[in-house]
Design a protein around this ligand. Structure first.
Ligand code: JB8
Length: 263
């Protein structure tokens, strides 16, 4: 996979030389190129921004400079290319986006600063057949798209086939098919700070351990992510799940749509 990142602060992306993403590059699974947007400016002051039409605070990034930069880094035809524009006004980036982007031929990350990038850039590349994704990494505001791009690149890079040593660790984790948060995990020593590990984990009773872990996952999800409980399909829950969820205040809804509601 080829990944291009365009930013006025390319040094912000230097952490991509480290760790998992660095390993993917060394192994030739990832061709990552970071670019300075100012390389595509044509004026003496290397200007990338201007005042907003219609008035208002701050500056907006010029579409002409962005157009030259994106045209230059686009590799081959539009099919297989995804242009990702981090923005607090975007759709929220999830593991589903990461999974979908992991099979792309090329990802181009356009990192905005100031009040963002002129809206015609996304419109233009969409019209040209590029899959354009305006994405937010959560409900908070950063100073620019660089850190959001780092987050998304790490989430995608670890899903590239051949990246993670043990593929089991990919299928069993949070935000996978189960739609539940992960259960709590423990390791040695068995007693620490006057805290003991749950006895069932020492029992060697595989079915009991599985049930205990699922109960803890359901409890955690109900407490921390009620939105994920509301999105569960009742058909995927067993009798024991439904009994525990009822104790936690979640019951099958009145309209029989296969969803849970608060009792
Ligand atoms: C200017 O919060 B964010 C984010 C904030 C930004 C820009 C891009 C993303 C551009 N401010 O993810």
């Amino acid at each position: 996979m080829r990944v291009d990142v365009i930013s006025i602060f390319p040094d912000y992306l230097s952490v991509l030389d480290l760790s998992l993403v660095g390993k993917a590059r060394q192994r030739g699974l990832l061709d990552l190129r970071v670019h300075d947007l100012r390389d595509w400016t044509t004026d003496r002051h290397r200007t990338v921004d201007d005042t907003p039409f219609g008035g208002g605070a701050g500056m907006v990034m010029r579409p002409d400079v962005w157009g030259l930069a994106v045209d230059d880094v686009l590799d081959g035809d539009a099919a297989g290319t995804h242009l990702i524009v981090p923005t607090p006004s975007g759709e929220v980036f999830t593991q589903r986006h990461a999974e979908s982007l992991a099979s792309a031929e090329q990802l181009v990350f356009a990192c905005g600063r100031y009040e963002g990038i002129d809206a015609r850039v996304a419109e233009h590349y969409r019209a040209a057949g590029v899959a354009v994704h305006e994405l937010s990494i959560g409900d908070y505001v950063l100073n620019g798209g660089e850190v959001a791009s780092l987050v998304m690149i790490e989430a995608v890079a670890r899903l590239i086939p051949g990246m993670v040593g043990n593929p089991d660790s990919l299928v069993e984790e949070s935000h996978g098919a189960a739609g539940l948060l992960e259960y709590p995990v423990y390791t040695k020593p068995p007693s620490w700070a006057e805290l003991e590990i749950p006895e069932v984990l020492l029992s060697g009773h595989h079915a009991k351990i599985e049930r205990w872990r699922r109960d803890r996952a359901l409890e955690r999800t109900a407490a921390r992510r009620p939105d994920m409980i509301a999105a569960l399909d009742v058909a995927g829950l067993d009798k024991h799940d439904l009994a525990l969820l009822a104790e936690l205040g979640w019951v099958p809804g009145p309209d029989g749509d296969g969803r849970l509601v608060r009792a």
